[in-house]
Ligand binder design. Structure first.
Ligand SMILES: Cc1ncc(COP(=O)(O)O)c(C=O)c1O
Length: 384
């Protein structure tokens, strides 16, 4: 079986598991405990924090370990908006986002709107899923507390011009939060280079276990915690830390960063060849997302006249595991909100199939492209 659903999740890398093991077995202490077992855990946590901070170009104190990308996004968005509202006399703030974000962003923003009376602007994207940084700048208001944007989209792989946006926002002194869950391991993550103030990561997309994540957020950005309790993570995220998980995430992030440029170039070339072959051999195939500004590991299509779910089943029969888009949307009857925002007709959006490659990919995907052609031919409805 060939697993091509790496944007949904990845296997834990052996080096990561090995780095984690001592903190699951021998040094299992609570990092807040003042004895040798606890102090060993605290040291490992501090080391993991420093390693993550180095990759993000932030200070170790700016790193908040979370339970994953969803929590990191919730904390970044609700935490900054609520803290900003508390600092304003009228208690009202404005948040800017786009319609193609991951549900953890969309729903956090919707919550702020519904429960806290927050004003929200959803800046439209073009047919490739790119947002125009100038359109974001035009949407800014005096009370804009945050711009939150997916650095790279999880369904179609479109990469945003984060650097241009970061520069515009820095000049206007508005914090930028990047959901870098899909970008991590493929794109540069340095907060200074990107001009962002907050960045979310998820370990399980990188070869660390599920349930691990990070919000990197500059100390000068006020942040209201979502989890209250023992005051861990400098009061920003209470709860006993998952030390082994933090070690695993730091190890996976460093490993990915160490060959990021080489892996991105190698996988991009194989992806382009795969895309070209699918477009050549499957008449109904349309590439979704940006043809140039796209994640190295993502190839996504619609196959009008089929059903995405049926193509996936045919592909699996041929030994290829992929998905219809986001793991959450899989199996649902709703067309993807991302594709609809890109202007794809709802009935065509239902035919979406996404292939997401592992970073170690080093051989041609011609056989997969041929399996795609055979699968689409097997399920195509004549006359549609
Ligand atoms: C862009 C993006 N943001 C956030 C998340 C949520 O991360 P997690 O699964 O760790 O909660 C995902 C997961 O698919 C994602 O693709």
């Amino acid at each position: 079986m060939l697993y091509l659903d790496n944007a949904a999740t990845t296997p834990v890398r052996p080096e990561v598991l090995e780095a984690m093991m001592p903190y699951l077995t021998r040094w299992y202490g609570n990092p807040s405990s003042h004895h040798t077992v606890g102090e060993a855990a605290a040291e490992a946590l501090a080391d993991a924090r420093a390693r993550v901070a180095r990759v993000l170009g932030l200070r170790p104190a700016d790193v908040v370990f979370t339970s994953g990308g969803t929590e990191a996004n919730n904390l970044a968005i609700k935490g900054t908006a609520i803290a900003a509202a508390q600092r304003r006399e009228d208690g009202r703030v404005h948040v800017i986002t786009t319609p193609i974000e991951h549900e953890s962003v969309l729903e956090s923003v919707a919550y702020l709107e519904r429960v806290h009376g927050c004003a929200v602007t959803r800046v439209p994207v073009d047919a490739h899923g790119r947002v125009d940084p100038d359109a974001v700048a035009d949407a800014l208001r005096d009370d804009t507390a945050l711009v939150t944007l997916g650095y790279a989209n999880n369904e179609v792989g479109t990469v945003q011009d984060a650097v241009a946006l970061g520069k515009l926002l820095r000049d206007r002194r508005v914090p930028l939060h990047l959901d870098a869950v899909q970008a991590a391991g493929w794109l540069p993550l340095s907060a200074d280079e990107l001009g962002c103030d907050a960045i979310s990561l998820a370990g399980h997309k990188l070869g660390a276990p599920k349930g691990t994540g990070v919000l990197g957020i500059r100390g000068r950005i006020p942040l209201e915690p979502l989890l209250h309790g023992g005051g861990q993570e400098r009061g920003r995220r209470s709860g006993t830390q998952d030390v082994a998980g933090a070690v695993g995430l730091a190890t996976a992030l460093e490993l990915a960063e160490s060959d990021r440029v080489e892996a991105s170039a190698r996988v991009s070339a194989l992806r382009d060849r795969f895309i070209a072959r699918v477009l050549e051999t499957v008449p109904s195939a349309r590439l979704t997302g940006d043809p140039v500004h796209r994640l190295p590991g993502t190839a996504s299509f619609t196959f009008a006249g089929t059903s995405g779910e049926a193509v996936l089943l045919e592909l699996e029969r041929r030994g290829v595991v992929s998905s219809s888009g986001s793991a959450c949307a899989a199996g649902s009857d709703e067309p993807s909100h991302v594709l609809v925002a890109l202007g794809v007709a709802p009935e065509v959006a239902q035919t979406a199939v996404r292939f997401t490659f592992p970073r170690w990919l080093n051989a041609s995907l011609d056989a997969v492209a041929d399996a795609v052609a055979a699968s689409v031919a097997a399920v195509a409805e004549p006359g549609r």
